[in-house]
Write a protein that binds this ligand. Sequence first.
Ligand SMILES: NC(=O)c1ccc[n+]([C@@H]2O[C@H](COP(=O)([O-])OP(=O)(O)OC[C@H]3O[C@@H](n4cnc5c(N)ncnc54)[C@H](OP(=O)(O)O)[C@@H]3O)[C@@H](O)[C@H]2O)c1
Length: 295
Amino acid sequence: MSDTILVTGASGHLGGLIVRHLLDSQHVDPSRIIAASRNTDKLADLAMRGVGVRKADFDDAAGLEKAFAGVGTVLIVSTDALDGAGTRLRQHKTAVSAAQKAGVKRIAYTSLPNAETSKVSFAPDHLGTEQAIKATGLPHLIFRNNWYQENLFMSLPQALKTGQWYTSAGDGRTAFIARDDIAAAIAAALANPPATSTTYTLSGPEAVDNKTIAGLVSQITGKPLQVIDLNDEQLAGGMKAAGLPESIIPTLVSFDTAARVGDLSTMSDDAGRLSGHKLRTVREFLEASKGALAG
Ligand SMILES: NC(=O)c1ccc[n+]([C@@H]2O[C@H](COP(=O)([O-])OP(=O)(O)OC[C@H]3O[C@@H](n4cnc5c(N)ncnc54)[C@H](OP(=O)(O)O)[C@@H]3O)[C@@H](O)[C@H]2O)c1
């Protein structure tokens, strides 16, 4: 059985970190690793380290089958096509089908927690992809990744400017995890796969609500930050008034809805157990990001 590991989206943040953890944390021989991207020029640094490089675009079924030929495990990193028109699920299904046709031995995928029921607007893309993978009958690894701590950069810098953080998440908690901790865990599972198909939930070391985060931010930056509780409609209205593109507003609001109802608070020790590392806390993330947050 081929024991090569191919990582798609290797020019992206998560895909690149996973390849680096395969090399540097798991000490997988570079000859066993293939980094794949739509643009292989962006993989020059990995090629220099002896990693194989292939072109892989989920919009090109025939090209994908070639890219996956002779591979042991394919990690399908979910794409960023959030157009609300079904593009992402179509892309993922194309990748799953190409992996099966190419004869890979195992499929791995980056999903989200509670994919069956999550209020996150694009949860059905992830559930549909998980189902397509299971339908192949191939051994598989599903990584249900919670929100990156880095996502807090989407809201906190602007909130700090005004001193007010508008949210409809209420007291809902999110088990934020460092993107690098996710990458380390995934690399460990790919390098030492379990004997049976497994679904992991990769959460951070704690689940925190927005008021707790705001308190930490104030303490660390010395700037006041008040949480303003809104309902979903008020939050959507505020986003529209602030000039956000209307097409993205339901998705952004769904993140707060999901946090409020507990979809993102699921705790698991899978990430730390896989990587063998202590996971970064939200406080540690905020302390390390103090300069960037305060602007
Ligand atoms: N858990 C979270 O908080 C969170 C946050 C943001 C995103 N995500 C999801 O996790 C994924 C990885 O996160 P990230 O931080 O690495 O995001 P990122 O840096 O924005 O990367 C986007 C990824 O999508 C890939 N991609 C886009 N179109 C593709 C296509 N047609 N065919 C194949 N790959 C395609 C890109 O691959 P190439 O450019 O190399 O082809 C790249 O790896 C994202 O794409 C998204 O699905 C999760």
